[in-house]
Design a protein around this ligand. Structure first.
Ligand code: AMP
Length: 418
């Protein structure tokens, strides 16, 4: 019997999987430098956290959650996103009683039962950051700048930022009513008509051309913002511009989760086809209360790791074959094998990345393995070298070979590699 990864999932395998690690590191580094602490929450939560926190009417909750009853009879859901868990943890640990904002970053796997296609998977990976407990346009701007800097550090030039404000509890109801009035007059299917009553903003996000065509004259949230929301949004925009961030105002931008208020944003990449969002986020001032906490105005983002790798590949930003190690050692004979093992252990302890030929294959096979490893240097050790206390250091790019005393090889290699 043979198995394959479940539908909608795939394996990241070496050497390409190195790109995943590089992306995770680069996307989280700016947040770490800005004082965001690392949080790790369980991959599953009580189902109610998501149905309340993400929103009963969202596609994520109605169609996409991996929900099951565990052996204790609890309804459990594999996390479809990170924010609800982070806010749950912050409340559970009493952090709102301390200094605010609580700034946290995370990285992990998320699960949505989606229609699988390129860039849209049932298991995917995100890096996220949240600033919890503060209403300050500078925090919104900080987070957006951190994401922009993460993409830039990866060398990406094709990431576009869309920006909008969704208003607040003051001004959103009037906008919602105006939008509902407009939408009720359109020719829409039954399911979409129901959505008008539950979550009309989501209708704006409907990607079907026949729906989009009818939305041309829809009222825009930006025309309905209250004075406070307008001023808040203006300040976010001013701070972004001052930080050199370019963005496009998109008054139609709404997001798939119900909890967003005020600032919302999305990062798009045009090299990805239909699944063009590489990241997104926004302010979610009401989420804490939705899950039983005190008012905690907050803002955050989640950046898709898999799609960011695809975007980088679309821009040709990776070497054809990344090196796995700097040094690859090849023993010629049994006695040399033991010495090479010791040498490789010593090189690694000295901070070099080193591998060796295993499995007792011949010299030809071992040299092929050295080439395939992408290493800069091969170390070749035969019985005669061993007797002389030396090892042959072969530069695999120039094929130049020199004998180096075994005791000095770590320092010599470090010098050559630096
Ligand atoms: P969201 O929480 O839906 O805004 O997701 C944030 C980011 O995660 C998106 O911009 C994508 O880059 C990524 N993402 C979301 N869903 C998926 C998925 N099903 N497969 C791959 N990446 C995803």
């Amino acid at each position: 019997m043979s198995f394959q990864a479940p539908k909608g999932t795939f394996d990241w395998m070496p050497p390409r999987s190195e790109r995943v690690l590089a992306v995770r590191d680069a996307l989280s580094a700016p947040a770490r430098r800005a004082g965001y602490g690392y949080i790790e929450t369980p991959a599953f939560e009580d189902t109610g956290l998501f149905s309340r926190g993400v929103g009963e009417s969202t596609d994520i909750v109605t169609k996409e959650m991996y929900t099951f009853v565990d052996k204790g009879g609890r309804s459990i859901t594999l996390r479809p996103e990170g924010t609800a868990s982070v806010v749950r943890a912050v409340l559970e640990h009493g952090l709102p009683g301390g200094p605010l904002p609580v700034k946290l970053w995370y990285s992990g796997s998320y699960y949505r039962y989606e229609r699988a296609q390129k860039g849209r998977y049932r298991h995917f990976s995100q890096v996220g950051a949240e600033a919890i407990g503060t209403e300050d346009p500078a925090v919104d701007a900080e987070l957006i700048v951190l994401a922009v800097d993460g993409y830039a550090a990866l060398g990406l030039t094709g990431v576009r930022l869309l920006l909008n404000s969704l208003g607040c509890a003051e001004c959103r109801p009037a906008y919602r009513a105006a939008l509902q009035d407009f939408l009720r007059g359109l020719d829409l299917d039954e399911q979409t008509r129901q959505r008008i009553e539950i979550n009309p903003l989501r209708v704006l996000d409907d990607k079907r051309p026949e729906v989009q065509a009818q939305l041309a004259g829809a009222p825009l949230v930006t025309d309905h913002l209250c004075g406070a929301c307008k001023a808040y949004h203006e300040e976010v925009r001013t701070l972004l511009t001052a930080a050199g961030v370019t963005y496009t105002d998109d008054p139609r931008l709404v997001r798939g989760l119900d909890y967003y208020t005020r600032t919302t944003f999305e990062f798009l990449h045009d090299g990805l086809g239909s699944q063009s969002a590489v990241g997104g986020g926004g302010r979610y001032d009401g989420l804490s209360e939705m899950i039983g906490g005190p008012p905690l105005p907050s803002v955050g983002w989640a950046l898709g790791v898999d799609r960011t790798v695809l975007a980088m590949e679309a821009e040709g930003l990776f070497d054809a074959q990344p090196a796995t190690v700097d040094v690859f050692a090849v023993p010629l004979g049994e006695e040399a094998r033991r010495a090479v093992f010791g040498l490789v252990v010593a090189l690694r302890r000295a901070g070099l990345s080193a591998d060796m030929a295993f499995g007792g294959r011949g010299v030809k096979g071992a040299m092929k393995a050295a080439d395939r490893s992408g290493a800069r240097f091969a170390l070749i050790l035969g019985d005669r070298d061993l007797a002389a206390g030396a090892v042959q250091v072969k530069d695999l790019t120039t094929a130049e070979q020199t004998a180096v005393p075994i005791a000095e090889v770590a320092d010599v290699l470090k010098g050559k590699l630096s």
